[in-house]
Design a protein around this ligand. Structure first.
Ligand code: XMP
Length: 518
């Protein structure tokens, strides 16, 4: 649906997407306040926003510089009209520029945590209860002069104008990111803007979203094929569709040969057993592995897996069909990081479930979760009665172990990766830490190291254990596990996994690394 025709947007907040990695997160945080918010193209016209009845507009961050010829700009009327506007980072700089201020490339970049002093309490800083807050900054350009029509509300060492307000109290700008969980009181700032300044109406909830989605999905007038992997996203997708279309839903589980240990059994247990969903099992492992043979490039591997998936679905659909729809558990971050959103975001990785589908697919794609973040999906799954063990299962990438085996995918590297990950998960469960971390797994590459077994030397694989903490997978930090837990994992891996002689523990955060090694 065109978000501008979405009645929920009446009285809600439109976020104009200038391509920042956190643009969707702004919507997510505003919705967590109970106010509906949707992400719209950066050049959406004021007349359309007014017609949709939005209460306010947020201009997101973005990778461009406002002074660059290629810079995406909003409809100038947005910054002249009566609708309240909050600019964040790049959006803030657009606002300063539109008011006649200067934005230039700064001598010192400001990335990560910064202390911000609040110079004027009240307004968007109402109820913070602090004069200094820790904020998340991420900018290379800075406002160096703001015109007298903008009042300065806050400052940091590197940003003398860290927050501004226009004379008429309709425009606000913040250089920092209130939507990021590392910003203290960020939700207070967003709430003050959305509810306080804009008077946006409260009423959005995951319960309401589920009800609306069920209504919408029940209008699907044909058979639906849903690919399930055992992960939380596809399980919630299958559950909501079963509720909406009942027996017209059919699921297919494809064994790609790139799965975690025991995955097919778990799907059997809870989807076909527990929930009574009709699931067919297809063993396509030989096909996937042969398609991947000789390929070492990560993007190519993703594309190969995506294509093989699409081919298997097509064949299955031909044999068992006709199916009118193909359902996928695509989430918001998958859409953003694949560069499929409406803005000029850079492609970070092609996520297979959005990047690999061929243009001429014979089924219409249905993505009931594409507006949601992982925590919202878990909340919805819980409303649908999915068991905790499924809801709190660690995320697993669509291309599976193909992106955890660096270089060419070979059977011995796959086994090491799969068995290593099984041990890492088992140890975390034994230690009561599994649900405390976001993701935990092992990966291997082509590096070999020299080891010693008994009295003889032997060369073997180097395996890396990665355990990360995260709230939404947009940023992540390595988990500070107790040394004896890491020792337990390492000892078991070298004793139990054939061919591995050395274990490393990853101590990189995202950014600069991503969660998956490829
Ligand atoms: P990255 O590696 O981009 O991962 O930091 C962020 C989150 O997304 C998962 N991920 C994927 N999920 N298809 C998916 O469905 C994919 O191609 C894919 N790649 C990464 C990853 O496991 C992490 O939770």
């Amino acid at each position: 649906m065109n978000p501008l025709e979405d009645v929920r947007l009446r009285g809600g907040i439109a976020v104009l997407d200038f391509g920042g990695q956190y643009a969707h997160l702004i919507c997510r945080r505003i919705r967590a306040l109970g106010v509906y918010s949707a992400l719209l193209p950066f050049d959406t016209r004021l007349s359309e926003l007014e017609r949709a009845g939005v209460a306010g507009v947020v201009l997101s961050g973005g990778p461009e510089s406002v002074y660059s010829p290629a810079a995406p700009k909003p409809d100038p009327a947005v910054l002249k009209g009566g609708v309240p506007v909050l600019g964040i980072c790049y959006g803030y700089q657009l606002l300063v520029e539109a008011h006649g201020g200067d934005v230039i490339r700064a001598d010192r970049r400001e990335y990560g945590r910064s202390e911000v002093d609040i110079l004027s309490a009240g307004g968007i800083f109402d109820g913070l209860g602090k004069e200094r807050i820790a904020c998340w900054m991420s900018h290379t350009d800075s406002a160096t002069r703001v015109p007298p029509t903008l009042q300065v509300l806050a400052r940091s060492d590197n940003s003398p104008y860290a927050a501004v307000r226009s004379d008429d109290g309709r425009h606000f700008g913040v250089q920092f990111h209130p939507e990021v969980s590392h910003t203290e009181g960020g939700d207070v700032v967003l709430s003050n803007f959305a509810i306080g300044v804009c008077g946006a109406k409260k009423g959005w909830s995951i319960e309401g979203f589920l009800k609306d989605s069920l209504e919408e999905l029940s209008r699907l007038d044909g058979r639906v094929l849903c690919a399930v992997s055992g992960g939380v996203d596809s399980s919630v997708t299958a559950a909501i569709l079963q509720k909406a279309v009942g027996r017209r839903l059919e699921c297919v589980f494809v064994d790609t040969g790139l799965l975690r240990a025991g995955e097919a059994d778990e799907v059997r247990k809870f989807l076909s057993g527990g929930m009574g969903v009709k699931v067919s099992f297809v063993d396509a492992s030989a096909r996937f592995l042969s398609a991947l043979k000789g390929e070492a490039d990560p993007e190519q591997k993703r594309k190969i897996v995506g294509k093989a998936f699409a081919d298997v679905f097509e064949e299955f659909a031909k044999k068992e069909g006709p199916f009118r729809y193909l359902a996928q558990g695509t989430l918001y971050p998958d859409v953003i990081e694949s560069g499929r959103s409406s803005a000029p975001a850079s492609v970070i990785k092609t996520h297979h479930n959005v990047g690999g589908l061929p243009a001429g697919l014979s089924m219409e794609v249905v993505e009931p979760l594409k507006e949601l973040y992982k925590d919202e999906v878990r909340a919805m799954g819980s409303l649908l009665g999915l068991p905790r063990s499924v809801l709190w299962r660690h995320p697993f990438p669509g291309p599976g172990l193909a992106v955890r085996v660096l270089g060419e995918v070979t059977p011995s590297k796959l086994t090491a990766c799969r068995e290593g990950s099984r041990i890492v998960e088992e140890v975390l469960r034994e230690e009561g830490l599994y649900e405390k971390v976001w993701q935990a797994f092992a990966y291997v590459g082509d590096d070999t190291v020299t080891g010693v077994l008994g009295d003889s030397r032997r060369t073997g694989m180097q395996l890396t254990i990665k355990v990360v903490e995260s709230v939404d997978a947009m940023t992540a930090d390595w988990a500070r596990l107790p040394a004896d837990v890491i020792q337990k994992m390492s000892g078991r891996v070298t004793n139990e996994v054939e061919g591995v002689v050395s274990v490393a523990y990853s101590v990189s955060s995202k950014p600069p690394a991503t969660i998956e090694p490829q």
